[in-house]
Design a protein around this ligand. Structure first.
Ligand SMILES: [Zn+2]
Length: 254
C-alpha cells in the first residue's frame, strides 16, 4: 500500500514522501536533514528524487541525498539543475519499482520556464504551481502560460489529492475571502484550515474537487471573480485569463 505524506522543511516548505514502508521517493527536497532523519528512523532506503523546478528551496537537499543514497533524480530537462540524472518532460512517465509508483509528467510553465508536475496514484505533486486557494507567482513565464498550466491541472480527476510544496493556505485564504466573499464553501474551508494549523497539522493535501470550488485562481470564469477583478482594474475583462492576470497582480500587492 502506497503512502504519501508531507515532511515540513525550511520555513514553510513541504517535502512530499511517497513510500511503502520499505522504500521511499521524495519530491523537492529543499533540505536533506529532515529526510535523512525520517529515513533513518524507519530504516528505509531512498530510491528516487523528483524535482518540479530549479528554485533553491526545492533542490538544495538533492546533492546530499544523492551522495548518501545514490538514487536517480528526475526533473525538468530544460532547467539548470546539475543533479538531475533523468531529465523528463511533458507526457513522460516516471516508473518507480520501489515504492511501486507510476507518475505522469505534466509540463506547467509559468512560475518557472520548465516547471513540471507529477501525477499518479491519485496524487498530484505540483510544486509551486498550485496551492490551496492560491497559485505560484509568475516569475519566468507569462500570466497566460500560468493560466493554461493551471487549467491543465484543473482538468484532472476531482478526487486527486493535491500535494503542494508550501503551507501557504491561511494567507491564501485571506486573499480568497476578499475577492470571493459570498463563497460558503470557502468560509467552511477557512475555518477548517485554521483549526488544522492551530493543532499544528498541515492543511495539505487538499482535494482538487474542492479547490475547483474555492480557489479564486481556478474560478476565473465565475462572474463574481470577474467582477472583483474588474472593480480593481477599472476596465472590462473579457477572458478568464485576463481575470487571472488581474487577480495575480492584486495578490502580488497584498
Ligand atoms: Zn519556486
Amino acid at each position: 500500500m502506497l503512502k504519501v505524506l508531507p515532511i515540513p522543511a525550511l520555513r514553510d516548505n513541504y517535502i512530499w514522501v511517497i513510500h511503502d514502508d520499505h522504500a521511499a521517493a521524495v519530491v523537492d527536497p529543499g533540505e536533506a536533514g529532515p529526510i535523512v532523519a525520517w529515513l533513518a528512523d524507519r530504516g528505509m532506503a531512498l530510491s528516487a528524487i523528483l524535482i518540479t523546478h530549479h528554485h533553491g528551496d526545492h533542490v538544495a537537499g538533492v546533492a546530499t541525498l544523492v551522495a548518501r543514497h545514490g538514487c536517480p533524480v528526475y526533473g525538468p530537462g530544460n532547467e539548470d539543475i546539475v543533479e538531475v540524472s533523468r531529465p523528463v518532460g511533458d507526457g513522460d512517465w516516471v516508473e518507480l519499482a520501489a515504492p511501486p509508483a507510476r507518475l505522469r509528467v505534466i509540463s506547467v510553465p509559468g512560475h518557472t520556464r520548465g516547471h513540471l508536475a507529477y501525477y499518479g496514484q491519485g496524487h498530484l505533486f505540483c510544486g509551486d504551481t498550485l496551492f490551496s486557494c492560491g497559485c505560484g507567482r509568475v516569475f519566468e513565464g507569462t500570466a497566460n502560460q500560468m493560466y493554461s498550466s493551471l487549467m491543465r491541472l484543473a482538468a484532472l480527476s476531482e478526487d486527486t489529492r493535491v500535494c503542494c510544496a508550501h503551507e501557504y493556505t491561511l494567507a491564501n485564504l485571506a486573499f480568497a475571502r476578499e475577492v470571493d466573499p459570498s463563497n460558503r464553501e470557502l468560509q467552511a474551508w477557512a475555518e477548517e484550515a485554521l483549526r488544522l494549523r492551530r493543532a499544528g497539522l498541515p492543511t495539505l493535501p487538499v482535494s482538487l474537487g474542492r479547490e475547483l470550488r474555492v480557489n479564486p485562481f481556478l474560478r476565473c470564469h465565475a462572474p463574481e471573480l470577474r467582477i472583483a477583478a474588474e472593480r480593481w482594474s477599472g476596465g472590462s475583462l473579457q477572458h478568464p485569463s485576463q481575470v487571472f492576470a488581474t487577480l495575480r497582480e492584486m495578490k502580488n500587492r497584498t
